[in-house]
Design a protein around this ligand. Structure first.
Ligand code: GUN
Ligand code: FE
Length: 462
């Protein structure tokens, strides 16, 4: 497989990104220079092409002929790529299929049969290829993936992400108990050996983890023995790799953990006592945590993936994001597809906004999240959750060019159904209003192009 390098690029026009949790920065008439390694080497305000060529390029030692130029048209803007901090690539064919189930019967009815069927390599290839293409076209430049227990098909997911150029964390799913006979790790030892096999495979395709990183993945406490979790905790200590798992998603699951691990103070303590809660741990859901648990997560610097579409679809509950943020815990967004019905982080952004309103209707007025805040969670917040806050999630010199070009439809011109997407811009909207209209009405038709590490990985035709 080839190593990906790109030429030098100059991006001109409007750039919008999160400065902080509640503030977006709008940079218009600006220039961003990206070198051949996909790293931003200069950002200048009040620049046009001529000025860039005359003053910026000589400063960088660039010559005009070597540089690809991309300029936003009126109304378009560059926005950081979305970060999906929790997604099951192996569940993509089930997106939208969940009926009236809740977590535990959802797993048995839909999820385990689908995941186990992906031990068929040709089926896995079909599913993973489409999942990657679909998420890229929705602007997801980084995804923290769960694959399945199968090593060959998990390794295939890593290969495909590398080939298509999506930044990814790849987790071989560990589950050695309370799982169906047809879909479980034989013993803690085989689960650990298989986890190491995927780590070794990724070391071969991307030794520096420039794009692909293995992630240690105990599915969740109910499906892991204490012996397996101790082994995975030790493996984390040995390798310093990230960890992902589920926590406190559903009340029945929380009760089950209490029953299975009676000696541990709480669900959070189960992970902590097995060496699985640290600054590189991504905990998905966190809907039903006690105050003491959030305090422990904060103390360990653990991270939380909020999955609003999933929590509504399989009726898990409403996560108290404002409370988590006020406690000082880093929060990002996850689609949790196919617990969540959509592969789109823009949808997760929208659902995070709505779920926060449901929390507010429950009596906590300050729970409401603003457009700025939910976009932060989908980009800069997510970057911190996956440990890449110094590389991606916003624009800055030294950061990598993981970016989407967004275009919103104008009511001038024909109503070309399908071409310009579902957002109608009349022309009088402020930039803040345009962003709000994108968040609430936009979709992948508004994502015109996507880059990861400077490489163009998706472009809409027409
Ligand atoms: N808990 C254990 N496995 C899963 C899963 O695949 N999805 C969700 N949402 N929760 C889980
Ligand atoms: Fe999940």
């Amino acid at each position: 497989m080839s190593h990906h390098t790109t030429g030098k690029s100059l991006f001109l026009g409007s750039f919008i990104h999160s400065k902080s949790l509640d503030e977006l920065e709008y940079l218009h008439n600006s220039a961003v220079c990206v070198d051949g390694n996909g790293v931003i080497v200069a950002i200048e305000k009040d620049y046009d092409l001529k000025k860039a060529e005359e003053t910026l390029f000589p400063k960088l030692g660039w010559s005009v002929g070597d540089v690809t130029v991309k300029t936003t048209k009126s109304g378009q803007f560059f926005f950081p790529g979305f970060i999906d901090t929790h997604i099951h690539a192996s569940q993509y064919p089930n997106a939208g299929i969940f009926g009236k189930t809740t977590l535990l019967d959802w797993l048995n009815t839909y999820t385990f049969p689908m995941e186990s069927s992906l031990s068929d390599a040709s089926k896995a290839k079909k599913v993973y290829t489409r999942c990657i293409q679909r998420t890229l076209s929705n602007g997801t430049t980084t995804a923290s993936y769960y694959a399945t227990i199968s090593v060959p098909s998990t390794n295939l997911l890593a290969d495909l992400c590398f080939e298509y150029g999506q930044r990814a964390f790849i987790g071989r799913c560990c589950m050695d108990t309370l799982s169906p006979d047809f879909y479980r790790d034989e013993t803690p030892a085989t689960a650990l050996a298989d986890t190491r096999a995927t780590i070794s495979h990724i070391a071969k395709i991307d030794p520096s983890h420039s794009l692909i990183t293995p992630i240690i993945t105990p599915r969740f406490a109910p499906s892991c023995t204490s012996e397996l979790m101790h082994g995975l905790g030790a493996l984390q200590k040995e390798t310093d790799l990230p960890v992902q798992t589920h926590i406190a998603e559903n009340p029945k699951e929380v009760a089950l953990v209490k029953e299975l691990f009676p000696k541990h103070e709480s669900y959070t303590h189960v992970y902590d006592n097995h060496g699985l809660l640290g600054p590189k741990t991504i905990l998905a859901h966190a809907v039903h945590l006690s105050e003491a648990e959030v305090d422990l997560i904060k103390e360990r610097e653990g991270k939380i993936s909020h999955c609003p579409a999933s929590n509504s679809a399989i009726t898990s509950g409403t996560a108290k994001v404002r409370w988590l943020l006020n406690k000082g815990v880093e929060v990002g967004l996850g689609t949790d597809m196919s617990g969540g019905y959509s592969p789109s982080i823009l949808e997760a952004v929208r659902q995070a906004s709505l779920v926060s309103r449901h929390v507010a209707m429950g009596g906590e007025e300050e729970a409401k999240l603003s457009i700025e805040e939910v976009l932060y969670l989908g980009t800069k917040g997510g970057a911190k959750v996956v440990g890449l806050g110094d590389k991606i999630g916003s624009f800055g010199v030294g950061m990598e060019w993981d970016t989407q070009l967004i275009g919103l439809g104008s009511v001038d011109g024909d109503m070309g159904f399908g071409d310009e997407g579902p957002v109608d811009i009349f022309g009088w909207e402020t930039w803040e209003e345009r962003i709000a209209k994108w968040v609430y009405n936009g979709d992948d038709r508004n994502t015109l192009a996507v880059w990861v590490k400077g490489r163009l990985v998706h472009e809409r035709k027409g």
